[in-house]
Design a protein around this ligand. Structure first.
Ligand SMILES: N[C@@H](CCC(=O)N[C@@H](CS)C(=O)NCC(=O)O)C(=O)O
Length: 345
């Protein structure tokens, strides 16, 4: 009798354990990775913006260009061996995380700030930071406003559902600066409202304020002044859905190859003709196979020869739009910047 009881207890415990493992999916290694789906489809679906100067713009000819767009191409070059195999999917600010969760996009590369709550609550996995940003404020140059305190009792245009909105509330209330927010869903609507005088200032990622100032002054608009104070940290970079290590690693190592290449002095023009004997460079070029699932040994060569290194990408997309790299955090760690990758060995 006692023996039977013990047996039943043991059976129940085993059954409960099996149930727990199935229901909780404690290990994602049994689930098919998005990596295979992307490789079968032979195309990367990349969530971007379509009207964010310098970062992601949809041109009249139907093609996308900009810094974020180039990193979508980097992922395709790394994972599929062809930078052109990207389907760009424009997303509004409010839709970006749901598009990732529902599988509408494979990767989100769209001026999205890495924060603890987003990492924890949005089913999102933030990867290598491609652009270190911070939140700023812009005012018409003739307003005479030169500091945040000068915005006392002002109306401030801000995009809804952003870290921008949260920082604005937190910092202004802590500093006793009274303000009225005017909310918008898109940058385009926000800028129109600002230009129409509906708010004294508009706030956003400093990068988007810089490209806005540059393009609007270039196109004959009134002079703009960016208040010389940054109120937050906005690390921007690619994001994938939680729970898929293989896909996350393939995306991450492809992206980081642009920075490692730059550190090695490799670019799209010289990577195919490297004749040195630096073992670290040779490893990067494929002498060792890092065995990152989905990446061939020459993935870094594909990325850099087809899209370029980080500096090349930055120089052709952001520098011409009023965002100089000099003096920013977006430089190599060897040059006082924050761009640092783990070794390719
Ligand atoms: N980095 C911030 C802000 C990102 C964001 O979406 N900003 C808005 C306003 S600056 C934007 O770029 N919108 C682009 C658009 O919808 O046109 C975040 O992740 O919340």
């Amino acid at each position: 009798m006692l023996k039977n009881k013990k047996l039943i207890t043991l059976l129940c415990a085993t059954f409960a354990l099996v149930l727990f493992a199935v229901a909780c999916g404690s290990d994602d290694s049994d689930d098919a990775s998005l990596l295979e789906e992307v490789q079968d489809r032979d195309s990367v679906r990349c969530g971007v913006r379509d009207a964010l100067a310098g970062f992601a713009v949809l041109g009249a000819d139907g093609s996308y260009s900009g810094f974020d767009v180039e990193f979508c191409r980097v992922v395709a070059a790394g994972v599929l061996g062809d930078a052109n195999k990207v389907e760009f999917i424009p997303l509004e600010t409010a839709d970006r995380f749901t598009a990732l969760q529902s599988g509408e996009v494979d990767v989100l590369i769209r001026n999205t700030t890495w924060t603890a709550t987003r990492d924890g609550q949005e089913g999102a996995n933030f990867l290598f930071t491609t652009f270190y940003d911070g939140q700023g404020f812009i005012v018409p140059a003739d307003s005479g406003i030169t500091s945040l305190e000068g915005l006392q009792d002002a109306t401030i245009c801000v995009a809804q559902g952003t870290t921008t909105e949260l920082n604005l509330n937190a910092v202004f209330s802590a500093r006793g600066i009274n303000f009225t927010p005017a909310f918008f869903d898109t940058n385009t609507a926000l800028q129109e409202a600002y230009e129409g005088g509906q708010c004294e200032s508009y706030t956003g990622d400093a990068s988007s304020l810089a490209t806005y100032k540059f393009t609007s002054e270039r196109d004959g608009g009134p002079a703009q002044y960016v208040i010389p104070e940054v109120i937050s940290k906005e690390p921007l970079g690619p994001v994938v859905a939680d729970g898929d290590t293989a896909w996350a690693q393939a995306v991450n190592w492809s992206i980081m190859a642009t920075v490692q290449a730059w550190e090695f002095g490799l670019n799209s023009g010289n990577i195919n003709s490297y004749s040195g004997d630096d073992p670290n460079v040779l490893n990067f070029l494929g002498a060792i196979d890092p065995s990152i699932e989905g990446l061939s040994t020459d993935f870094a060569v594909n990325v850099v020869s087809q899209v370029g290194n980080y500096q090349q990408i930055y120089a052709r997309t952001l520098e011409p739009l009023g965002l100089p790299m000099a003096g920013s955090a977006n430089r190599l760690w060897t040059d006082g910047g924050l761009l640092y990758t783990p070794p390719y060995r």
